[in-house]
Design a protein around this ligand. Sequence first.
Ligand SMILES: [Zn+2]
Length: 152
Amino acid sequence: MAFYCWACYGRNDHTTGACVHCGHEISPPAEATETQRLIWALRHPDPDVAIISARRLGAEGNAEAVSALREAIDRPPDPYVAGEALHSLLALSTVDNEKQLLERLAAGGPFMLRRQAERALAAAPASSPVADDGEAREAGISGVAGDSGVGV
Ligand SMILES: [Zn+2]
């Protein structure tokens, strides 16, 4: 079983103690909240873990995750992670707040994100929160995540 370093994501074969790559403690700090652990896992080397974490951050509803989700969309470790992150970002934020990001994605993002962004922009008139994300969820990548066999 592999464990990944809290500091550098390096792979280790022990659960606690010094990382063989960076020398830092590999386990999360005791005070790390569930949200902070999920934010960390957005960059997990296993994309399945990252996708599940992106999804959970949206379900958890903690606005602390907003900037990490934006970053996971802008510098995605994996396109499926980005799709799930965008979905969760829209659950935590509003189309209005994310307008620049959405317009940039709609104009030239990866295909999957482009469509998701177009739908979000079309569904929500300016200055109103995302009314119902049911449609976005359908249009999103939930089916793709299912295809990859991710169990949550
Ligand atoms: Zn490390």
